[in-house]
Design a protein around this ligand. Sequence first.
Ligand SMILES: Cc1ncc(COP(=O)(O)O)c(C=O)c1O
Length: 390
Amino acid sequence: MMQDTHLIGVYRRHPVTLARGEGARVWDQEGKPYWDFLAGIGVNSLGYHHPDVDRVLKDASQLMHTSNLFWHQPGIDLSQRIADITDGMWSLWVNSGTEANEAGIKMMRRIGHDQGRYHIITMTGAFHGRTLGSLSATPHQSYQEPFQPLVPGFVTVPYGDLDALAQALAKWNPCGVMMEPIQGEGGVVVPPPGYLAEAVRMIHQAGSLILFDEVQTGTGRTGNWFGYQYEGELGPDLITVAKGIGAGMPIGGLLVAPKWAQAFHPGDHGTTFGGNPLASRMALTVIDWLDQGGLNHVREMSSKLEQGLGQLQEAYPQLIQAVRGRGLMWGLKTSVPAGSLVQQALAEGLIVNAAQPDVIRLLPPFVIDETAIAACCNILGTVLDQASRH
Ligand SMILES: Cc1ncc(COP(=O)(O)O)c(C=O)c1O
């Protein structure tokens, strides 16, 4: 069916054409329902057809886009709301996660420029995007190799290893360090307790900047505004966001501590679409939803989902080696290929994905309820039961 198109094949798509959604459910063209525990890879934070999202879309036609040569109220309001929830950070709006990271990489270079500091330390297993700067920060051989030469100056250290970070800081005198507070594409990898806080302390002591890539973990996903906050208020210099903040509207953002807000000057960066009124209003809507009880809801649902997944691990210890994550971001480390379990789940009416060959990832919409969680765990149970008989 859908293979017969002119869409360039950079994704291995499932043979399913999705047509509509409601809450945490989607239906394909043939009318088959699915519980969506992937949510457009962490994007549809408010699920499908949410009344707040619908309202923004309806009102948008008044002023959907204007260039960044003018001010508009949603953009001003969004930057104010971000400042309120981050202790005064400034924001620069773009259209995606990779673009947010491009902006962050440029800003770290801009700040380091006068001191001749340009190296950027990244982490093994990281994923920061596919454009050339972000790809250079994504140490993944098969993603990088066909596109050599990449942007120079990126150095990789093992994620979670403070000694290696200390050595690299001393050796390279970098302008900045980039990391995800929990690695998403890397397979939902949570670093050892205390790592983030100590890493930030060391990075700042070395006169370097810390950029937390919160594209996947940010704006509510882990039950806090930002993923790094499970280790306290660490005072990051830069944060990048995208995915869930737009609830399906493409928007990414670079958030910058007040002391660096003047580092970019007119002409240093730009984007035609970035932060347009429609995208800004959608982001404001998501922030309002999180603020008005949404964050609590994520935490409540998190403990229920964690419990359900834990029970699956107890029932199938030979198939599930670990359950890891926070909030509504979970990974099941499997001892059999995750891809085939994901396909089985799809056949049974559940959408999840294999973030790694041995990790099933769940990134459900924030609006899930206990019924959705029970349905998800039931289907996973069926799939694991079938696999255990092979
Ligand atoms: C942590 C992280 N950074 C950056 C990106 C890239 O975002 P985008 O696909 O919106 O460019 C992703 C996407 O999965 C991500 O998980």
